[in-house]
Design a protein around this ligand. Sequence first.
Ligand SMILES: C[S@@+](CC[C@H](N)C(=O)[O-])C[C@H]1O[C@@H](n2cnc3c(N)ncnc32)[C@H](O)[C@@H]1O
Length: 277
Amino acid sequence: MSLFTEGVSKKEAVFIDLGAGFGEFSIFFAKNFPDAKVFAVEASKGRQEIIRNRLCGISNLSIVSSLEEIPKSEFAIVFANEFFDAQVVRVFRKNEEFCEELYYDSLLNKFVFTKVTASELPASVIKHLKDIPDNTIFEFETDIGELFRVLRRFNKVWLLIIDYGFQIGEIERFREGTLVGFKDNLFINNPLKRIVDGDILDVTHQVNFTFLNEEARQNGFKFFFIKSLGSFIVEYLEDHLQSFSIEERNFLLKIALPHFLGDSFKVALISNRSKKK
Ligand SMILES: C[S@@+](CC[C@H](N)C(=O)[O-])C[C@H]1O[C@@H](n2cnc3c(N)ncnc32)[C@H](O)[C@@H]1O
């Protein structure tokens, strides 16, 4: 915690759970840090209602729909667990000579790839196009740049991201793109076909942390680290072994296993502060 709060009083700080879902983290945090001002940012009205019903007298937690609703303050600690994989994406395909983007064609009633010019590509994509093999489908989260611009309303920000994703060097593993769907807890491959057929389902994708890094950098933020969840847990346990019971350690080590969540999930720490000398 010292990394985050050093030199900052709790009065100046806000704690933000970005994409709070059912509010597990916000509620845990508000209960354990009763002096802190905690904000659960959740777009879904239904989920906001669920969080509200779970508050049971917790008074230092506010539920808002967007970051803009949080009053400006000096310092913000932002936690985003599986937030970025839920963001809107543009889907591209890189070919030998040009890029195509996926559009819905209402006459054909299907999604089709259509050629785009360089000026229609985001700068972060252009910068890394050379790293993407030909005939690869990839996603770009359209709203990340704006998110970092809004975060600049806080002078100092620490943003901790936990999400499943990859860096561009690993893109060879995802040549067909990473969009998948879920419905009633069942995994659905080729979700766009199902949507065209009139089905309603959750669509998610693997976060491209290289694009995310680029969007952060363009807005004055930088990555302090990015590592697999497995490495993060093991390193944290090494330093804080005594803080956990044997059951808790075993639980964390299970999560850290590569074939469970340890490899596919990444942890990234991003800030607009410069590193302390
Ligand atoms: C995959 S869930 C993760 C929920 C929670 N963080 C967790 O780990 O259990 C993503 C959540 O982010 C919310 N969300 C997505 N985009 C959002 C946005 N732009 N602003 C606020 N909430 C958003 C969704 O409604 C959803 O509840």
